[in-house]
Design a protein around this ligand. Sequence first.
Ligand code: NAD
Length: 345
Amino acid sequence: MTRTALVTGGAGFIGSALCFELIEAGWTVTVFDALTYAAAPGTAAALKAAGVRLIEGDVRDRSAVRAAFDAVRPDAVFHLAAETHVDRSIDAADDFVTTNVNGTLAVLEALRARRDADQDAPAAPLVHISTDEVFGALGPEDPPFNEATAYDPSSPYSASKAASDHLARAWARTYGLDVRVSNCSNNYGPRQFPEKLIPLMILNALEGRALPVYGDGSNRRDWLHVDDHARALRRIAEAGAPGRTYCIGGGAERSNLEVVRAICAVLDARRPQTAPHDRLIAFVDDRPGHDWRYAVDAARAQAELGWAPRRDFEAGLAETVDWYLEAGAWLAPLAGRYGRERLGL
Ligand code: NAD
């Protein structure tokens, strides 16, 4: 039987990868997305070509969200619509709070209204997509985050995501909704807006521009290919349990400097005429409140969802570099939205 998914934020980086994953697995997919600066026109076009229906709307608009739920009558909802760039949240937090918190409230209320309106239908699970950043920073010897780790967010972005996670769990307990929360580590892969570390470094290196590394570059992140994340999210909807949280990670912890050097090494092989690209590395003032380390223990997801990351980080990174080398048409409409200037100082 065909299942129908409603994906908020589906025109973004992870949401679009999830749409392609769901289509591949036989789902029918509708995206609800405001098409902000972060939604590339080329991504929306690729979604439409794959058969995804796109509803343009703001997740803060309760009646628009409710209308989308009523029109789609989803078998599962994936909530990814969010403001996502930490540096932007440092410059101006308002949209982060309204979109990430009020927008999640709108989704939860629409889910509740749908459930109440259609009590004979099986309750649609809501997969609420969150981040490992809600847990704050780890020290060098700390064990990785897991589902029992206390929340301790550092940035306006992660604080707004933490608030939305609390709402999601509270609506599950108070109103009996089937809400499942995922906390995932840093994603990389194709179609990521160029303000994020990996595409920013690739594009700057290609143009011979400086590669700005925050602080001394020792900050550590766990990296997961976006397709592996998308598969985990599908598995949470298909095989997860109501009310359960899943930590998702790639088991690929690297310092930011290691990631930038790895990008440079791939580019040295692809563009030897401008090698060595690591001569462009420039250490710049650190981000305020910059968490030093994130790492994720994904044992529960592996045991209960039968999920494990498939992509090796270095191979996935090389593929990602190759995707951006061919992405001129996808990148062109984004040039006026962000000039790769430093944000969040
Ligand atoms: P993204 O910035 O690429 O995409 C966000 C999408 O949400 C865009 O299509 C945008 O148009 C849409 N959106 C923004 N505000 C909206 C609004 N008011 N109404 C409707 N749509 C709106 O982000 P992403 O990296 O794909 O992240 C998606 C989700 O995954 C977010 O909730 C984020 O917190 C979470 N997450 C991201 C990562 C990561 O590494 N990127 C890791 C873990 C979790």
